[in-house]
Design a binder for this molecule. Sequence first.
Ligand SMILES: [Zn+2]
Length: 270
Amino acid sequence: MPEGDTVWRAARQLDRSLSGKVLTRTDFRVPAFATWDLAGATVEQTLSRGKHLLTRIAAGERWTLHTHLKMEGAWRVLRRGQSWPRPAHTARVVLETDDNVAVGFQLGIVEIVAREGEPELVGHLGPDLLGPDWDAVEAVRRICEQPERPIKNALLDQSRLAGIGNMYANELCFIGGVAPETAVEQVPDLPRMVARAHQMLDLNRRRAVQSTTGDLGRGRTFWVHGRSGQPCRRCGTTIVQSMVGEPGRERATFHCPSCQPLRGAPADGR
Ligand SMILES: [Zn+2]
C-alpha cells in the first residue's frame, strides 16, 4: 500500500513532467469518464493532499483530475514510445504530451471534477503530514477525540492525520513502545509519536528507499513491518504478525511482544 511519501513523490514527478505542458492525447479508462477528451488542455499543477493526487488542468474551464493509488496503484512517467512497466489493461489514465506519457496504473479512484469541487474531495482529511500547512497540534487533538480507539486504527484514519499507511502505522507503534491495540489514551507520549510520523515521512519523501530505522541496507530498513518470525532488532524477541483493524478493514500487523506491551485494558480492534 503506497504511503503518503510515495504519493508525494508521485505528485512531484507528475508536476515536474507535465506542468505547463499541453496535452496531446488523453485516455480515461474508467466508465464514468471514458468519453472525456482533454487533448489541447494545459496541465497547470499536480499536488498531493494526504494520499490523494490532484492534477489541475485548464481547458477553458478549470478541471481537477483526482486520483488515488489505493492498494496497488502507481503513476509512471515514460518517454514517448518507451514500453510500459505494467500490462496495458491495468492502465486507468493516460496523459500524453509532446515529450512524455504519464500512465496511471491500477488507480483506486479516477474522477474529473470542476476545480471548485476540490474541497469535497479532500476537505475531510486531517492535517497533511507532508503539506505546507502541517499542524501537529491539530493532528493530536483529532486523534484524542476517540480516546478508547486502538492507536493503530487512529493512525490509519486519514481524517485524524493524512498520509500514514499500514507500514508507517506498524513502525510508529514499535517506536512508541506500544502494542497496536493500545487505546489512544494509554499511549505514553502521543505528541512525540505524531512528531516522529512527520519526521519519518519527511525524510523518506526525499529518497528512493523508505527506511524507518535510518539504515538503507537491504532487509534492514524496518523495525517490525514485514518481519514476522525474525528477531526484534532491539531485544531479539520474535516479531509476531496478526490482523488488527476495524471490522472488515483489518490489516497485517507486526509487533514485538516484549518492546510493545499492551497498556491498560484491551481495547476493541482485534
Ligand atoms: Zn523487542
